[in-house]
Design a protein around this ligand. Structure first.
Ligand SMILES: Nc1ncnc2c1ncn2[C@@H]1O[C@H](COP(=O)(O)OP(=O)(O)O)[C@@H](O)[C@H]1O
Ligand SMILES: N[C@@H](CC(=O)OP(=O)(O)O)C(=O)O
Length: 408
């Protein structure tokens, strides 16, 4: 008998039939004698629909009310799944985040979980019932509903697994595991049997939306055994593993992540004087905008070019912040490009192998893809290219690094 936390994402509960299929899967685990806590997301498309409703009423919806609204999607699916389980004669009870209670801080729309009360869940499990818990939501200490950020149900599941010391946290989705890259873009992408927490964290941070970043951080911190599986087919999925010693047989690159979520801003001809980076990025940071990549060119004739990227949603706001600071910067030219994509190679093997970046640049050059920005860290290399070359570039890199070949 094992204690398992299972999370089913939006596509897996997208229709009544799919909810029934989830109930049947959960029932099979119960028949085997396992104790099961299920976390569900809203039906696919529902959270976006709710956000659009809010945008129709208010151009900057108040964060507290937004959380009251978007948390309703999950309330629908917990009730439906609980009913579907009871129809199969499996004892089940649904709980919103607040009912559990999943206590968070009060940062609406990106709240952090602070404490989980496991008493109700324990009582249900001991009585042989399945607990069906709404993902993505919690409650602050004043009783306000909070949400955990897009994709937050993954984090709910991992946090419950940590609180309950579950034997495994299983994330069921519409793919049968973590792939070498997004299988929707590269059809030769291969499922990985395992990937380290460190690599998964990079993949998630660099754009692979199969797991929410926070959930991977949480699983690593609390040592929660985490597995990604398909809710539509049987299979072993992908196990996220602790990074023990580096396996010399392991390929240098484990995966390719990419994102279209960023935009690039260049300040041309800014004075090349001490403090210029602060003068440019200070106003951007004051506007509460996060900066990702930064490049400052070598100065010439006392002037320099400075380029950085921000989330695409912050593009207009960042340009505006700079325009307001323009006078202090000597009125440089400010240009922007939001048709960019960032592509990243990820792999712990990079620590012990040289030449990954140069092979990446060579591959892109052979395809005629121009690189406009580069950044590296110990286990990743990222480049920015024009968005129109994204698919071409990812496919070429996938092939060049032989990611379509089964691991040795
Ligand atoms: N490296 C990757 N491996 C697997 N899936 C990936 C990867 N990168 C991106 N994805 C995408 O993530 C999707 C699953 O995440 P998501 O749509 O958020 O699922 P859910 O609704 O179940 O939470 C897949 O359909 C796939 O297109
Ligand atoms: N419904 C929320 C939470 C979530 O995790 O969804 P999904 O598991 O479908 O990515 C969202 O759309 O962000």
């Amino acid at each position: 008998m094992a204690l398992i936390v299972q999370k089913y994402g939006g596509t897996s509960v997208g229709t009544v039939e799919r909810i029934q299929a989830v109930a049947e899967r959960v029932a099979r685990f119960r028949e085997r004698g396992d104790q099961v806590v299920v976390v569900v997301s809203a039906m696919s498309g529902e959270t976006n629909r709710l956000i659009e409703l809010a945008n129709g009423v208010h151009d900057n919806p108040p964060a507290r009310e937004m959380d009251v609204l978007v948390s309703t999607g999950e309330q629908v699916t917990i009730a439906l799944l609980s009913m579907a389980l009871q129809k199969l004669n499996v004892g089940a009870r649904s709980y919103t985040g607040g009912q559990v209670a999943i206590r968070t801080d009060n940062t609406h729309s990106k709240a952090r979980i602070e404490e989980i009360d496991d008493r109700k869940m324990r009582a249900d499990l001991d009585a042989g019932r399945v607990c069906v818990v709404a993902g993505f939501q919690g409650i602050d200490q004043d009783g306000n509903i909070t949400t955990l950020g897009r994709g937050g149900s993954d984090t709910t599941a991992v946090a419950l697994a940590a609180a309950l010391k579950a034997d495994e946290c299983q994330i069921y989705t519409d793919v049968d595991g973590v792939y070498t890259t997004d299988p929707r873009v590269v059809d030769t992408a291969r499922r990985l049997d395992s990937i380290t927490f460190e690599e998964m964290l990079e993949m998630a941070s660099l754009g692979s939306k199969v797991l929410q970043i926070r959930s991977v951080e949480f699983a690593g911190k609390y040592n929660v055994p985490l597995r990604v599986l398909s809710s539509f087919q049987e299979g072993p999925g992908t196990l996220i593993t602790v990074d023990d010693e580096v396996d010399m047989e392991k390929p240098v690159i484990s995966g390719i992540a990419f994102t279209r979520d960023e935009a690039k801003i260049t300040v041309r001809g800014a004075p090349d004087t001490p403090g210029i980076a602060f003068k440019i990025l200070g106003p951007v940071s004051d506007a509460n905008i996060e900066v990702d990549m930064i490049v400052q060119n070598v100065g010439a004739d006392g002037a320099t070019d400075f380029t950085f990227t921000v989330h695409r949603n912050d593009f207009a706001k960042a340009k505006e912040a700079l325009k307001q600071a323009a006078e202090e910067l000597g009125n440089p030219e400010i240009i922007g490009d939001d048709k960019i994509a960032k592509i990243s190679l990820v792999g712990v093997g990079m620590r012990s192998h040289a030449g990954v970046a140069s092979k990446m640049f060579q591959t892109l050059a052979a395809e005629g893809v121009n690189i406009t920005m580069i950044s590296t860290s110990e286990i990743k290399v990222s480049v920015v290219v024009a968005e129109k070359y994204l698919e071409l570039a990812v496919r070429a890199l996938h092939q060049a690094f032989e990611l379509d070949q089964p691991a040795a």
